[in-house]
Design a protein around this ligand. Structure first.
Ligand code: FAQ
Length: 311
């Protein structure tokens, strides 16, 4: 890229201007955005599976209606994000193909199983909570279409987080067996949720450049710390114990000290070897294959209408 163009581009970013689809941008900026927005879109789509697993087994009609709405919201988020990625010159079909054949990633969190109803509480509370922590600053990201998609997504995510916390309240204040289920869900989802923010800053390959371009507004460790600081008092309010014996409030720093996730487990999960990676990709591939007739039908219909117009 031409150094003068690069400098002018960086100056626009530094002034806080939004970059729009038709503006000049460095190839690296475009590629990083396609990777991040694409991974984010895939996460929303694959992220429907762990909760979709419980729609038919929700304990009441009301819980079922709420969960169904939440899962449908995630599909909508995926669609806004694919649209934002398409403004960068990549098609949704190309992105989908890269998800289905494993060339593109989606969030590590969705490779963990949802074993009990309490997991619906833990996912809403912790997973959507972590998602919001990461996405609220992204409303100010430098790429216009991504920033605008985030505004609506964040509003919906805060409803998702509250519905999860509400399930946790019911379970944590229910029978002894329900309280144990809530604790067990927290035990299993705590570290996977901390991993959602990505590797520690020293191992994050993209953070420095992405922050310079304001694609990312915070480092992975900054957001992880914020999440811990916000969530620990919520766990206390629920009367549940965060599964980290070394967790403690640090008066000097004004933050909680906590034990880092097991990064070797994280690396395994993002390499495709987590507990559910194979199932998740199989489910998405099956949905794609089984939907082929719908796509073909729509194409044939469009073709017929076009031919009729020409005639
Ligand atoms: N999982 O250099 P960095 C949701 C990869 S919320 C998998 O630090 P970066 C809502 C990374 O791609 C979840 N891979 O990377 C919902 C890179 O590999 P690459 C989605 C991960 O991009 C709730 C390598 O590690 N949210 O879906 C993960 O600067 C409930 C090095 O890492 C977003 O995507 C991970 N956790 O920072 C839906 C938010 N972390 O590509 C349903 C937007 C890192 O070079 C139910 N994304 N990697 O092969 C971001 O903010 C960033 O992309 C980070 C990672 C912070 C995730």
């Amino acid at each position: 890229d031409d150094p003068e163009k690069l400098a002018a581009f960086q100056a626009r970013i530094d002034r806080g201007e939004k970059i729009e689809p038709k503006d000049w941008m460095p190839e690296g900026y475009r590629k990083t955005l396609i990777r991040q927005i694409g991974q984010h879109a895939h996460s929303e789509i694959v992220g429907q599976l762990p909760e979709g697993n419980w729609v038919t087994r929700a304990p009441t009609l009301e819980r079922k209606a709420i969960l169904l709405a939440k899962v449908q919201d995630e599909a909508g988020h995926g669609l806004y994000l694919y649209c934002a990625a398409e403004t960068l010159g990549v098609s949704r079909d190309a992105l989908t193909e890269m998800l289905l054949d494993g060339r593109m990633k989606y969030s590590s969190i969705f490779n963990y199983p949802t074993l009990t109803w309490a997991d619906m509480g833990a996912v809403g509370w912790l997973v959507d909570g972590a998602a919001i922590m990461n996405q609220v600053p992204l409303q100010r990201t430098s790429y216009g279409p991504y920033a605008r998609a985030m505004v609506r997504i964040c509003k919906e995510e805060s409803f998702h987080q509250r519905q999860g916390f509400d399930i946790m309240m019911k379970m944590a204040n229910g029978t002894e067996a329900q309280r144990r289920m809530a604790q067990d869900a927290l035990n299993r989802f705590w570290y996977p949720s901390l991993m959602m923010f990505g590797p520690s800053d020293k191992d994050s390959t993209h953070s420095a450049q992405s922050m310079k371009w304001r694609i990312k507004m915070n480092t992975n460790d900054e957001l992880r710390q914020k999440f811990v600081d916000q969530t620990v008092p919520q766990a206390e309010y629920l009367g549940l114990t965060v599964p980290d014996p070394d967790l403690r409030w640090n008066e000097e720093t004004g933050h909680y000290d906590f034990t880092e996730p097991d990064w070797s487990e994280f690396m395994e999960v993002i390499a495709g070897n987590g507990p559910c990676n194979r199932d998740r990709l199989e489910a998405r591939n099956r949905a794609w294959d089984e939907g082929a007739w719908v796509r073909e039908g729509l194409m044939a219909h469009a073709e017929k209408r076009r031919a009729a117009q020409v005639a």
